[in-house]
Design a protein around this ligand. Structure first.
Ligand SMILES: [Zn+2]
Length: 424
């Protein structure tokens, strides 16, 4: 352990007694689960009257849980149930986009929850072979740039956020972690030249670790297929965060970048809930210390954040579809694991059934087709592509021209947070 790392662990321990255990390995630590659940439940019931009524019915009048197994009778929480959490003080207020349905949502965290998240992040970086101070490049959509958002934050009077984000990005990440941000625009998905420029800018930083969304990783990998692109000479690992990572993408990253890809299931609301390992083959290890991850009756992933005592999320409907299983992994760890398919309601009807985002990625990513998007009635394509590419997409996926007929060049839909997906 180097000096910078030891300093961070000591500072973290002052705030959160489980910090060192949590930071040591993903999912490690996290005792007293029933006690923590009951604390969260009390807080949630006190703040959310409707949730309280639903809990009273589910628990047949009891104030709390008598065993951890009873947890699964609790009602599912949805974003629209959480209005009672608005207002009040918090160390951090993190805004997230509308991907879980509905409006923008603010996650409020106290100091202990921020420390728990930071410990989990350190454990993730450690799993990826990163040591404190190793050079890291993080690819970010330009929508996330601190200075692009600064005027709006100041105009909105969000001075706490201005300070918190500056501290996180420029003091903690840049000076302590040695991380630099590389920003990109939505054009990397429609212009191969823009994706190649991003690859060059990232490679020029000579990172040991590359942090990116899976969609930007796909764009970078596609841009390198011609063979003329830059080489990532020192790269050991890629950490992907956010949308789905296809196994075909992981394989190509191994081949083309010489780096192992670690895929993290994380969101602003819930923190770092699950992480893949080099042997987990599409599955992710759930964070047993800070989260409970379940698949609901209709396959929706429900997630509980055991650390957020300020605005607790219990059995929160993520809008992601997948499955969970208690299984042994080839890496030697046993426990709850998670596999993701896509977003609820976002699928293409094919000759052989519904195809979700993960299925689309694995069918089309290995091909040389440009990025595209399927929306009812058409195939959205980059400028310059047309009917020929649309027909190839339909054939590869087995979707009907009656459902996705017309090619629509130059009409990509990039989300407000800069995300690309095949099924927007
Ligand atoms: Zn494993």
């Amino acid at each position: 352990m180097n000096l910078r790392g030891e300093m961070v662990l000591r500072a973290g321990w002052l705030i959160h007694k489980d910090f060192r255990a949590r930071a040591s390995a993903f999912g490690a630590g996290g005792a007293d689960k029933l006690e923590r659940l009951n604390l969260l439940l009390r807080r949630a019931r006190a703040a959310l009257p409707e949730y309280d009524v639903a809990c009273a019915a589910a628990l047949e009048g009891a104030a709390g849980l008598s065993s951890p197994g009873q947890f699964s009778v609790l009602p599912v929480m949805r974003r629209e149930n959480l209005a009672g959490y608005a207002g009040g003080s918090a160390l951090a207020r993190l805004a997230s986009g509308g991907t879980a349905g509905g409006d923008r949502f603010e996650t409020r965290l106290d100091l202990s929850a921020v420390a728990a998240r930071y410990a989990a992040l350190l454990s993730v970086l450690k799993a990826a072979g990163w040591k404190m101070g190793d050079r890291t490049a993080a690819l970010h959509p330009v929508e996330y740039s601190y200075f692009a958002n600064l005027p709006a934050m100041l105009a909105g009077g969000q001075f706490g956020k201005v300070f918190f984000e500056f501290f996180q990005q420029y003091v903690l990440y840049r000076l302590v972690h040695n991380r630099v941000n590389v920003y990109y625009g939505g054009s990397i998905f429609s212009e191969p030249g823009a994706a190649l420029a991003l690859a060059e800018e990232a490679a020029a930083r000579e990172p040991v670790l590359l942090i990116t969304r899976p969609d930007a990783l796909m764009a970078v990998l596609k841009s390198l297929r011609g063979g003329a692109g830059p080489r990532f000479k020192k790269l050991k690992a890629v950490l992907t965060v956010g949308t789905l990572l296809g196994e075909s993408v992981r394989r190509e990253a191994r081949e083309r970048l010489g780096a192992e890809v670690f895929n993290m299931y994380a969101s602003t609301e819930l923190g770092y809930a699950a992480l893949s390992c080099p042997h987990s083959e599409g599955w992710l290890h759930a964070d047993g210390a800070g989260h409970i991850v379940e698949a609901g009756a209709d396959g929706e992933i429900l997630c509980t954040d055991l650390d957020n005592a300020l605005a607790p999320l219990l059995r929160y409907g993520t809008g992601d579809l997948g499955e969970t299983a208690s299984r042994g992994c080839l890496c030697g760890r046993a426990g709850e694991m998670l596999r993701l398919n896509g977003r609820k309601g976002k699928y293409a009807e094919t000759a052989t059934g519904r195809l979700y985002e993960a299925g689309v990625i694995d069918r089309v990513f290995p091909s040389d087709l440009p990025f595209f998007q399927l929306v009812p009635g058409s195939v959205l394509l980059p400028a310059g592509a047309g009917e020929k590419e649309a027909a190839a997409v339909r054939e590869l996926l087995g979707v009907k021209a009656a459902d996705y007929g017309a090619a629509a060049p130059g009409s990509f839909k990039i989300s407000s947070s800069g995300k690309f997906c095949y099924l927007p």
